[in-house]
Design a protein around this ligand. Sequence first.
Ligand code: GTP
Length: 363
Amino acid sequence: MKAVLLVGGEGTRLRPLTCNTVKAMVPIVNRPFLEHLLGYLRSHGVDDIVVTLCYLPECIERRLGNGAACGVRLAYVMEKTPLGTAGAVKNAQSHLDGPFFVLNGDIMTSIDLRGMLSFHRERRAIATIALTPVENPSAYGVVETAPDGRVKRFIEKPPPGQAPTNMINAGIYVLEPEVLRCVPRGTPCMFEHHVFPTLLSEGAAVFAYPTRDYWIDIGTPEKYRQVQYDLLLGNCASALWAGEVRADGVDMERVTLHPSAMVEGPVALGAGCSVEAGARILGPTVLGEGCVISEGAVVDRTIVWRNVRFGKKASICESVVGDDCSIGDGSVIEGGCVLGDHVVISEGRRLEPAQKVWPDTTI
Ligand code: GTP
């Protein structure tokens, strides 16, 4: 079965993490997100995948090549300028024949794709849209359905308290090739705003596939941390996660852990990490390869990329730190901060909660 992956967006909400890398390649427990997504697709029988690229395309192609290492076949299609979700699929049309999946490339989910495809075929749908419940639908595209599962209406970002349902478009579709006839070639076009409403107005068979399976989009710093908390806490699964180092079985060959250091709760520690005397790591926390947590430092519920050094008695909580950063002795980083790559925080500094620091900055 084929799928088209939409990974051309700039990931602006995830900046500064997406200044040097595309959202689909940010690490999730130390593996690029897209590798988790490809593992999921493969386990659901989808192994022929067209990747639609625009922003920082080389990040993806260089790492994943023809997809063989992930057990799938990958083809790439480039956009010179962003074509939007539907325009990107139109641009990949020459790779598509029968029905195919389309997935936003920033979703971690366990939605049953085989079940969704059977549902689509049984209903003889032209388009089937997966729906997922959210607590606050006002930031999303809400989809109202009839009792037989047909889509009645799309409501984009309804005002708080006014959505008729909390079921939103999960960014996963099964489409018949003829859907692409209502997508113009070479100009920006979105499924959500143009294609699906047009199909509805024509009375086409557009169905919704509601599910309560795990679903999260990793597109904000909070959700980016949350998906990794969920993996470490066992609230969601990925075929790529089981082999990492955890608090309950720290692999001493890969990690240097001082006897007086403390690791509490689920953690993933990359190879070559060093946790020095009296330092504390409180999970869920991820450290990428080659991180140093100096004497007395505390890393609490934080996602850290590669080669980051925390100085003596530095502390950080509920934040994200990009590659090659250095956090000075005694510095304090409060909740919700996001540091891009190559940031230096000098000794004794305190960052405000939710502060974002752009790559290559010294504070
Ligand atoms: P923000 O800038 O933070 O909104 O992120 P985004 O635009 O990267 O993602 P958004 O959630 O808006 O889009 C959902 C998915 O569609 C993401 O996986 C994007 O990479 C992808 N996407 C959005 N626009 C385009 C586009 O013009 N072309 C392609 N190929 N993919 C796109």
